[in-house]
Design a protein around this ligand. Structure first.
Ligand code: ADP
Ligand code: MG
Length: 202
């Protein structure tokens, strides 16, 4: 097992809406320029089972996602559709399966120090309406829970990024076999991670 912080890995899925909006390159560039390294990549049309399993790998996801949604409504002075987190998540999951199987997605694994946290930071908050300017969701989507509830669908936010290292460690093997992930080095890693900056001046 790789334990150095620079070996942290996270799963990113470019969702069907992002593929349709021709944002694949735009999204990849955000993670690449940060200094993360792409170690796995594939295009696939997921099955409903694959999507349900993916979101329920973490036994707490149903509760946490429901609670997060309730809090998001309340912080805007709105009444949530239900006070029961599990009821909210059941509906989200049904709609997520429709959303995520609507067309091809790009699955990727990115590696680097704090990969999980940094991908989440650059990606932005779940509800695009409130996502910070400069994040991918903040810059490229206008969607909101009001609109997704109105149309009984998942909120379209372009990207999935693992929520924690534990989540990443469960999600990566769900989408990739071991030999689909490549252990390799890029030269910029010397500047990013070596203790001494060497071999720059003649
Ligand atoms: P994130 O993708 O930011 O980790 P979650 O894991 O909480 O967010 O939720 C998974 C996905 O489910 C979101 O990316 C979004 O597409 C959808 N979703 C989450 N909460 C809601 C909601 N309240 N209404 C509609 N769709 C939602
Ligand atoms: Mg999540």
């Amino acid at each position: 097992m790789n334990t150095h912080p620079k070996k942290e890995r996270t799963l990113v899925i470019i969702k069907p809406d992002a593929v349709q909006r021709a944002l694949i390159g735009e999204i990849i560039v955000r993670y690449e320029r940060l200094g993360l390294k792409l170690v796995g990549l594939k295009m696939t049309v997921p099955s409903e089972e694959q999507v349900e399993q993916h979101y329920t790998l973490d036994p707490n996801w149903r509760r946490v996602t429901g609670e997060k949604t309730i809090a998001s409504y309340k912080s805007r002075g709105l009444t949530p559709p239900s006070e029961d987190p599990l009821e909210i998540t059941a509906k989200i999951l049904k709609n997520l399966k429709k959303y995520m199987t609507a067309g091809p997605v790009i699955c990727m694994v990115w590696e680097g120090a704090h990969a999980v946290e940094l991908v989440r930071k650059v990606t932005g908050g779940t509800e695009p309406r409130g996502a910070a300017v400069g994040t991918i969701r903040g810059d490229f989507v206008v969607d909101s829970y009001i609109m997704s509830d109105n149309d009984d669908r998942a909120v379209r936010n372009l990207i999935h990024g693992s929520g924690s290292v534990e989540e990443a460690n469960m999600e990566i093997p769900h989408w990739f076999t071991k030999d689909e992930l490549i252990d390799y080095k890029v030269s910029r890693e010397d500047v990013m991670y070596e203790a001494e900056l060497r071999n720059i001046l003649p």
